[in-house]
Ligand binder design. Sequence first.
Ligand code: BES
Ligand code: ZN
Length: 628
Amino acid sequence: MKKIYFVVLLVLFSFTGLQAHQPAATEKDFHSFSNPNEVIVKHVELDLSVDFKRNQLSGSAILDIQVMKKKRKGKNELILDTRDLNISKVMLLAPGKRPKKLCFKIGKREKILGSPLKIKLPKLRSKKTAKIEIRYSTSPEASGLHWLEPQQTAGGIYPFLYTQSQAIHARSWIPLQDTPQVRATYTATIKTPKKLRAVMSASNELYPVLDGIYDFQMPQAIPSYLIALAVGDIKFKPIGEQTGVFSEASLLDAAAAEFEDTQDMLKFSEQLYGSYLWGRYDILILPPSFPYGGMENPRLSFITPTILAGDKSLVNIIAHELAHSWSGNLVTNANWGDLWLNEGFTCYVESRIMEEIYGQDRAAMENVLGYLDLIDEMSSLEPRDQILAADLRGRDPDDAFTWVPYVKGQLFVTFLEHVYGRDKFDEFLINYFEHFSFKSLTTEDFLRYFKKQLFDQQPHAVQWSVIKQWVYQPGMPESTPVPESDAFDQVYLEQVLWLEGEKTAAQLDTQDWVVHQWLYFLNTLPDRLSLAQLTELDTVYAFTQSNNNEIAHAWLLVAIEQTHEPAYERLENYLLSIGRIKLIRPLYQALAETDQGREFALDVYERARPVYHRLAVSLIDEILDWGK
Ligand code: BES
Ligand code: ZN
């Protein structure tokens, strides 16, 4: 026993010694009850059983804590975040001693934050470490866990479980300091039904024996929102040296083919921004209810199956999640109001990767489409939601999720690239990732670093007021580098010819158009089109039947706006088979605009709702006034 603790401690110290993961940020995270300034969690050791009958995880989390600051009066307390956890016991573990029960109290549940778990600590000297074991189980309604019936999977035989911890859902399945200001390493033992396997955002054995017990290590210190788990009938197929795909068997070949460029993307990113520090980069394809396009869980991005288009047209999501290996996972936003530091930089890096691997034209098209999404959304956002440095006090970070941190953030980073030139800016970025690696930073930390490293070096390159406008003001600055694409100019010309009746749909010069050009064509159609025009388009181009989920989405939006009935059967199937918020929310929103549309939406939603992830459910409930 003693020896094991010694080894564990040794391992722990060697990691903490390697990486300084004290919070760089001093600003309080308003989305966490925790007190990392007093006591900090350095390592999490999970031992959890997965129960598909009860939709419950149960077991223990052992937290290695370190006292940062001794309280002058009274004893130290460890405050953890929880949401709907059932805590049965808290113990202090000491090498060679019997576990000692500790007193704990669960505070009042707050709607957005959950409940603080307050644990009384024995007297511990400053810098002293200790192990706290928490025995607990999760609620079937845990906000970070999605339990699927077999019929909601591709194979249809086995159930499936996946987690989505970002932004503040890790606390619904692990009691911890659920703030991106705290980084911890983790290990886990996950017990599953024998035929299933577990994978995590950690080291995954590629071809394990299916014995129902799986061990994981994440030796790099990561913020809690990156802890992830999935359990199901999951198989593996390699792509490149360090890259591969996990998914249900029926999707494995398609996914490996679709994402065959992943290794090249990784190599290029390393050239630009320094070594990839996470070992492997694998992709997990989830069932279609996965609420996001992708989630950058380290070593194992979680990805929606809706991007398996057969032609690599939607793989920018892979570039995006991979890019988070630098912006986000290595250098992390300190608060959810600083999300643009994660997402804006990541969209910029994503675009650089796409440009390198698929060419400038493709990257330019994607940038224009992103810009159109932003402008479109911006008009309906309150001024406070148009600001990069968001003030999310009192708000649920999931509700403040918009294109602003993404595309406005990317445009700001692109603006800086243009001001200083690509070479200089690349050098700045590689240093930035190195300087803040394994740290969290606030917007102010970024501005301070930027000022010293770039701004002060060339004080006439740009005015500080312009920088402040980008970061703190609503709307789009005049200095916005509006993206442009020649390939779209062509589309625009053809569209005008058709709209003005100069050409029929069949006469349009579309032979060489790629998916993005079609998206541009559909997204920029005028509000009012005749039924005859829609029918003509659909007859010639068969949008209703498109296998590309983005094209189908863009077309269905047009169809809803014009009540084009022939598309409604597809619309129904689409809403019943896809749960990705970005693809379904705008469709429900458009349907909710008319009485007839709303009725249709309610009818479909009643059937779709049990299958959607609760994040999607809460957004769509709101749109349709469900249950009111
Ligand atoms: N980390 C995000 C998803 C996220 C953000 C979840 C905030 C919860 C809170 C992920 O990297 C992401 O941005 N996904 C996008 C990808 C797209 C912009 C290429 C998505 O899901 O659509
Ligand atoms: Zn992202």
